[in-house]
Design a protein around this ligand. Structure first.
Ligand code: AMP
Length: 218
């Protein structure tokens, strides 16, 4: 199965995609995680991306397209994948069509996690993430705090507050989402692939709603 998630920063895409990837045995491709990794490793893509990520702006399309061409053609995507955070504007949507045709694949379903901005701001600013790449667990200071303050329950690594999750950048990222990413909802609606899921409420209930929308159960 090949699934694409749309939704604003803080909508819970990362958390839900991770659960779904585990349940269905799919490869989870998060553009944010891939870019943060590239920045950390000082790759050419990382160097090109950093200044945009630091300002809460979109990284140039060509950087993402090159990264995703490589990822989508890797053997672990043959069993199916979940795209999380790419595409993020209409041009990237068209490029994804091209990348998929290069590997003779189609998307099966697009899920739009809908969440009001007031909820998103609180979710993003309170988010704390595990920087251990093999773990990447996500917590929230109020809604899902770790058992020991500041420490990942899963692997014991010190949690971090992503610099772009700080209040000053959150409004900028949400406005980028509304202006550039939201039009993709119509793009995929026109392809009859779109399913809207309410992104508010308990994580388990949202996950159950996502499973219900998948045409092919996994
Ligand atoms: P995320 O973790 O998905 O919120 O992404 C963090 C940051 O990475 C975003 O604010 C952008 O700067 C950058 N980014 C992630 N995905 C994309 C994309 N598809 N196109 C451009 N920039 C992206």
């Amino acid at each position: 199965m090949r699934i694409l998630f749309l939704g604003a920063p803080g909508a819970g895409k990362g958390t839900q995609c991770k659960k779904l990837a585990k349940k269905c045995g799919l490869t989870h491709l998060s553009s944010g995680d891939i870019l943060r990794d590239a920045v950390k490793n000082g790759t050419k893509a990382g160097v090109a991306a950093k200044e945009f990520m630091d300002k809460g702006q979109l990284v140039p399309d060509n950087v993402l397209i090159d990264l995703f061409r490589e990822k989508l053609s890797a053997p672990d995507c043959a069993k199916g994948f979940i795209l999380d955070g790419f595409p993020r504007n209409s041009a990237q949507g068209h490029s994804l069509d091209q990348l998929l045709s290069e590997i003779n694949a189609n998307l099966d379903v697009v899920i739009d996690l809908e969440t009001p901005d007031e909820i998103l701001e609180e979710r993003i600013t309170g988010r704390r993430v595990c920087p251990n790449k093999a773990c990447n667990e996500v917590f929230h200071v109020k809604y899902s705090p770790p058992k020991v303050d500041g420490i990942c329950d899963a692997c014991g690594t010190a949690l971090v507050h992503r610099s772009d999750d700080k209040a000053e950048l959150v409004k900028q990222r949400l406005s980028v989402y509304h202006e550039l990413t939201k039009p993709l909802v119509d793009f995929y609606q026109a392809k009859s692939l779109l399913h809207k899921v309410d992104g508010t409420g308990e994580q388990d209930d949202i996950f159950a709603a996502i499973l219900k929308t998948l045409k092919v159960p996994c």
